[in-house]
Design a protein around this ligand. Structure first.
Ligand code: NAP
Length: 417
């Protein structure tokens, strides 16, 4: 199965993912892989390996012709883009886990591969260990997908799980998630649903052949959630999950939303707890499929990097087949959804209802003294007020599925050439 000479890997980044990947490679010598060079950033940091294993200049790995494959797993998106794009200009084979970098630069990176003949794989960037990018790109390359939804962020899912298990408030659940290593010190990207939005953008390229701009996709987070919101969902027999949803309308338009959602036991997402991620695919001929697995962590994410490295060795490239078949898919915000909106201060919520064009009669009080309302809201309104909703700590969740209204075609989704 293996070539005679080991595949020589240049590893850029030796943190959670880099060390997880390194350990997996060390444990499986039969794979005939060799991490021959490792680049990190900080010279005087304690490491689990002797200092001679490391360089502090990642460019040395790019310049080294004795490196066959580069693995980029650093925590700096701008530097990651510089390194990965430089490597692709050198026609190199690269695996990366950096979803923020990819979501920002994917069309350019795909173009560089076409121009210079290099290859970029990024399974680890979406849902950690779940092989969803390859499933969409290879297996469902020619099957229309009605919808794709999922829980793409383990940190926020962990917080939501702990809140519903304990009735604890958001701050306590977040502090615990940070202590357990399931949430970053700066939780804004995860809790604000920016991280799962990046992943939704990447999956849209493979599921629907469209390169979305992240900012064009509505994302609402859980920073404003309270124990009363969890209790409300429970009173309806439901749980709150941050759900990313992509769907193709009969008109050919694409919808994309990443928001909290009330989810009932009939949904496969209902039982996805703690740091786990999941993806539900609704394919035209295959029907519904459900993938669940660990969305983060050294070994789960390192496992996805390993799969990419082995793929690179045997010449795997993403096809982006749906882009070639349907270059004109465009994003629409022409949707309406039943929303649950809450805030600890009824006065603030009263004003929010006017933003969202919900009747103030819809306002109700929670036992804890806060206020909530439910009713139909246009996605366009949520989009228009998204920054104010976030800045004022308003919690908004979808209740059920979005409905199509007028089809407003947005320019933000670009057909890529
Ligand atoms: N953690 C996860 O579970 C997970 C899951 C999926 C995807 N990802 C993605 O994987 C990437 C890495 O995440 P992580 O959690 O492993 O990060 P991390 O634990 O913070 O480690 C980052 C590593 O990158 C190194 N680094 C930073 N800038 C560098 C530079 N300019 N040149 C060379 N090395 C540099 C750091 O060096 P020092 O050691 O010297 O500080 C460190 O070793 C990120 O893009 C993240 O979004 C992570």
């Amino acid at each position: 199965m293996n070539e005679k000479n080991p595949l020589r890997i240049g590893l850029i980044g030796f943190g959670c993912v880099g060390q997880g990947f390194y350990d997996i490679v060390q444990r499986q010598p039969e794979l005939n892989l060799a991490v021959t060079r490792i680049a990190v950033k900080t010279p005087d940091k304690p490491r689990p390996l002797p200092a001679h294993h490391f360089t502090y200049h990642a460019d040395e790995l790019l310049a080294d012709p004795a490196v066959d494959v580069l693995v980029e797993v650093i925590d700096d998106a701008a530097e990651a883009f510089r390194l990965v794009s430089t490597a692709l200009r050198q026609s190199r084979r690269v695996a990366t886990a950096n979803k923020a970098m990819l979501a920002r630069h994917l069309p350019e990176l795909v173009q560089l591969q076409a121009e210079f003949g290099g290859t970029l794989l990024y399974e680890a960037a979406v849902c950690g260990s779940i092989p969803v990018v390859r499933t969409l790109d290879q297996y469902f390359s020619h099957e229309p997908l009605h919808a794709l939804s999922g829980i793409f962020n383990g940190s926020s899912n962990y917080v939501l799980t702990r809140m519903s298990e304990d009735g604890s408030d958001y701050a306590a659940a977040l502090a615990e998630a940070q202590l357990q290593g399931f949430a970053e010190t700066d939780p804004a990207l995860d809790m604000g649903a920016f991280d799962p939005r990046s992943k939704a953008v990447l999956l849209a390229a493979h599921a629907y052949g469209v390169f979305l701009e992240s900012d064009a996709v509505l994302n609402l987070g859980i920073e404003g959630i309270s124990a009363a919101d969890i209790a409300y969902a429970a009173s309806q027999g439901q749980k709150i999950k941050v759900v990313a949803s992509l769907s193709r309308l009969p008109s050919g338009h694409l919808t994309a939303l990443v928001t909290p959602q009330l989810v009932g036991p009939e949904s496969p997402l209902y039982g996805v707890e703690r740091e786990f991620n999941a993806v539900v695919l609704d394919a035209e001929f295959a029907g519904t499929q459900f993938l669940q697995g660990r969305g983060a962590g050294g070994h789960p994410t390192g496992s996805a990097v390993l799969a990419d490295v082995l793929g690179l060795r045997r010449g795997l490239r993403y096809q982006y087949a749906k882009q070639a078949a349907a270059p004109a898919v465009q994003l629409t915000h022409g949707l309406e959804l039943d929303a649950y909106v809450s805030h600890p201060d009824a006065g603030v919520l009263r004003e929010v209802l006017t933003w969202l064009e919900l009747p103030t009669e819809a306002l109700a009080s929670t036992e804890a003294g806060g206020a909530y309302a439910t009713g139909p809201v246009a996605v366009q309104q949520l989009w228009a007020w998204r920054r104010e909703l976030r800045a004022n700590g308003v919690f908004v969740a979808r209740v059920g599925e979005a409905r199509v209204t007028a089809l407003v075609t947005e320019k933000a989704a670009t057909g890529w050439a």
